[in-house]
Design a protein around this ligand. Structure first.
Ligand code: DGI
Ligand code: FE
Ligand code: FE
Ligand code: FE
Length: 187
């Protein structure tokens, strides 16, 4: 699928703010893909689709999780962790995107996972540091992003888990696995 075509289907599924975020994630992810030597063309497509399912009705997302290969334990956690996995299924079924890297980058963009690949890490990081984000400590992550991909992803995991703890929110196991993985790989 071409970039223009992807944008055309994604835009009406999102709010104006979410669509603008998506374009900034794509721009950031392409820059990082170039730096870390993964496909910029595939990255742009993954980024354009990463939040595609964000505003699906919860019942519809549940139905997709139950009826697909996705793990049902997602349903035991907050619905914020559903939209990535759901989008990875929908882009294959609806748009014939079978590329495993693109699907996995979309699927795990919220939580990360263990043995996270370079391609997937770039989208995970770009989603966090795109210029519209104002998370506490984001500037430090932005600086690290262009120095050390793994270390920057560790900071994303660390900050996200810290944020979730501060809200007494449940933490999906993949978020913890990602944190451990990045920390273990630290230089
Ligand atoms: O969709 P975005 O807002 O661009 O960003 P995202 O998909 O990375 O994260 C969406 C939200 O999900 C964000 O507020 C943090 C939250 N989140 C990330 N990991 C977990 C989580 N929420 C829960 N409950 N558990 C997690 O493990
Ligand atoms: Fe998201
Ligand atoms: Fe994210
Ligand atoms: Fe996003």
């Amino acid at each position: 699928m071409r970039k223009e075509e992807a944008i055309k289907v994604v835009q009406p599924a999102l709010t104006k703010e979410r669509f603008d975020h998506t374009l900034r994630v794509a721009e950031t992810a392409v820059k990082l893909a170039d730096l870390y030597k993964v496909s910029t063309e595939k990255m742009e497509l993954a980024a354009i689709f990463h939040d595609y399912a964000k505003y699906r009705p919860l019942e519809e997302m549940k139905e997709i999780i139950v009826s697909s290969h996705l793990p049902n334990d997602l349903l035991d956690y907050h619905h914020e962790v559903w939209h990535g996995p759901v989008a990875s299924v929908v882009v294959e079924e609806q748009f014939g995107i079978f590329d495993q890297e693109i699907k996995d980058a979309i699927r795990y963009h919220t939580t990360g996972k263990t043995n996270f690949g370079t391609f997937e890490m770039v989208l995970f990081l770009a989603d966090y540091i795109e210029p519209g984000r104002a998370f506490p400590g984001v500037e430090k992550v932005r600086n690290m992003a262009y120095e050390d991909l793994n270390h920057a992803c560790l900071m994303v995991s660390h900050n996200t888990i810290q944020f979730l703890l501060s809200k007494n929110a449940t933490i999906y196991p993949d978020s913890i696995h990602a944190y451990n993985y990045f920390l273990t790989k630290l230089n």
